[in-house]
Design a protein around this ligand. Structure first.
Ligand code: MCA
Ligand code: AMP
Length: 504
């Protein structure tokens, strides 16, 4: 049987070709009945440009319906879709191009000249796609042969590589198979009770598992429309709420909505479900949202390496501060050192096994092996507890990771960039509480003797190298970083010292 995910999605398209698929804020609508012809043409273009099964297509493009067609066409061809955060700078892009070695690289038209050299160096053909559907990709699509067969694939074939940052400062590409994506989405449409008359509000970026796979696959497997916003904008979301039934978001979406005057119970009257994930949802946000709207946000837990892993129930109690139970088919356990399972309620590292768990890191077999136990469980790096009923609470992270507005930042990468600046002896980057973003970055810099650090200049220099969300929002200078007896920087002390950095 051909296990190409595109075929699974296509089997669930509504019978009515005029069933809406994507509806833009201005009402422009794309229809389910047009997807198959459009993606056939895109696939014809990609093949003519040299893309073969198993080869990578790297895309750093603004959110638009065309990007979803590009993704679906890549699946059709059996090639591997590699989406990248649009905030990455050309310097960061060079790394991804050299690591993924894509056959094709699709960039925004305005970025093309800055990226051409890196693309050529990596052996990739550069194409452009603008948010209005303009660019050289579309010229190729217009001229394409639309009669390309759908690639015959097994479930283990790789559909996508999602880059996640790493503790060493080097990003790793998590390889997700057609079966990983299909099994997770099939589970979620039942678990979250998607029905034919649902409408999904889509305000997430489409370069992560959350916005691209969880949201889009759930909608397409039920054949329902998505209100497709270019980005999260609280006013636009509030305007759309009366015409949708389900929204997926990161906690920042919910705090921003509550900070907006027009957001009230009446706007949410016909909502069936608000889902939150990618970062911890504070119990106070959960309670405030309930008081504000009468809705209990359904919190779930996921990772790029495993899609959705645990979820609060649709029916039954949604408990603030917990992420609910393992998804059907997923086995979770909490382990202490040497992978011994701890007793119910005790804290340890969350490990998982199931059809959702990825096929390894792209070209990093040793790293992959070190993140799995001998009996095949993936070690998440999240600290958690599980009660006697199997309800999971994420209580911390073993990995040195900050999650800001739902985006992951590994401090090591930022420290490396700061340490390379003139006058810096060493630095430590931490995440501290931030009302809007959950956590925000603070850099504590120890200058070289006699050097003076200008925080504004540090920020300006970092912005030219790193994506904006990775640039610390506050910079402090100290004479010495606190260290323990082993010489390790005591970040817990720094987090305490700067805990109020963003209190207004
Ligand atoms: C933007 N900025 C940020 C962030 N986003 N700073 C810190 N953290 C952020 N998340 C900075 C920009 O660099 C810019 O800085 C300024 O904020 C304004 O940028 P803008 O693009 O206008 O920001 P925004 O529209 O307000 O975006 C905030 C956001 C967005 C809506 C929270 O970041 C977002 O949509 N986050 C969701 C991410 C997501 O989908 N995560 C899922 C991955 P300056 O002004 O200095 O230039 S995790 C995942 O997939 C797993 C599987 C899971 O469990 O879901
Ligand atoms: P990413 O690498 O971007 O896929 O992010 C995955 C990480 O996000 C997980 O390992 C967790 O640390 C975090 N995460 C996702 N969902 C939640 C949640 N509901 N509560 C707490 N942390 C979460």
């Amino acid at each position: 049987m051909n296990e190409n995910l595109y075929l699974l999605l296509r089997r669930h398209f509504p019978d009515d070709p005029r069933a809406p698929w994507l509806v833009a804020p201005n009402g422009d609508t794309r229809y389910y009945g047009d997807i198959d012809n459009a993606t056939a043409r895109y696939a014809g273009a990609l093949q003519a440009l040299g893309l073969r099964p198993g080869e990578r297509l790297l895309a750093q493009v603004d959110k638009s319906p065309e990007v979803l067609l590009l993704y679906l066409a890549t699946l059709r061809l059996g090639a591997v879709f590699v989406p990248l955060n649009t905030a990455y700078t050309p310097a960061e892009l060079a790394y991804f191009l050299n690591d993924a070695t894509p056959r094709l690289f699709v960039a925004r038209p305005e970025d093309a000249s800055a990226l051409q050299e890196s693309a050529s160096h990596a052996g990739a053909t550069l194409l452009t796609l603008g948010s209005g559907g303009e660019g050289t990709l579309m010229d190729a699509v217009a001229a394409a042969d639309p009669h390309i067969p759908i690639a015959e694939l097994g479930g283990d074939d790789i559909a996508s590589i999602i880059y996640t940052s790493g503790t060493t400062g080097r990003s790793k590409g998590a390889m997700l198979s057609h079966d990983n994506l299909a099994s997770n989405a099939l589970t979620l449409i039942d678990l979250w009770g998607f029905v034919k008359n649902d409408v999904l509000l889509h305000a997430l970026p489409i370069y992560h598992v959350h916005g691209l796979f969880v949201a889009v696959h759930c909608a397409m497997l039920r054949g329902i429309p998505m209100r497709f916003l270019p980005r999260f904008d609280a006013d636009e979301v509030i305007r759309q709420l009366p015409s949708v039934t389900v929204m997926m978001g990161v906690p920042t979406f919910y705090t921003r909505l509550m900070d907006t005057p027009d957001f009230n119970r009446d706007r949410c009257r016909q909502m069936r479900l608000f889902i939150s994930g990618s970062a911890p949802l504070l119990a106070q946000t959960f309670e405030a949202f309930f008081a504000h709207t009468g809705h209990r946000i359904l919190e779930r837990y996921g990772m790029s390496e495993a899609g959705m892993i645990a979820s609060n129930p649709l029916e039954g109690e949604r408990v603030a501060g917990t992420v609910g139970f393992a998804l059907p088919g997923v086995t979770l356990r909490i382990c202490a050192a040497e992978h011994q399972t701890v007793t119910a309620g005790a804290t340890g590292v969350l490990q998982m096994r199931g059809p959702n768990v990825f096929r390894g890191y792209w070209q990093m077999p040793e790293k992959t092996a070190s993140e799995f136990t001998d009996d095949g469980f993936f070690i998440s790096g999240d600290m958690a507890t599980m009660d006697g009923q199997g309800r999971v609470r994420i209580v911390g992270r073993e990995k040195d990771l900050v999650i800001s507005g739902g985006l992951n930042v590994y401090p090591k990468e930022i420290e490396n960039a700061i340490d390379a600046l003139e006058g810096v002896n060493e630095s430590a980057v931490i995440g501290v509480p931030h009302a809007d973003l959950g956590e925000a970055l603070v850099a504590v810099i120890c200058p070289l003797p006699g050097a003076v650090i200008d925080p504004d200049s540090v920020i300006t220099q970092l912005k030219s190298r790193l994506a904006g969300f990775k640039v610390p929002r506050r910079i402090f200078t100290v004479e010495q970083l606190p260290r323990n007896a082993m010489g390790k920087v005591q970040k817990n002390l720094l987090r305490e010292r700067y805990a109020q950095a963003f209190d207004s």
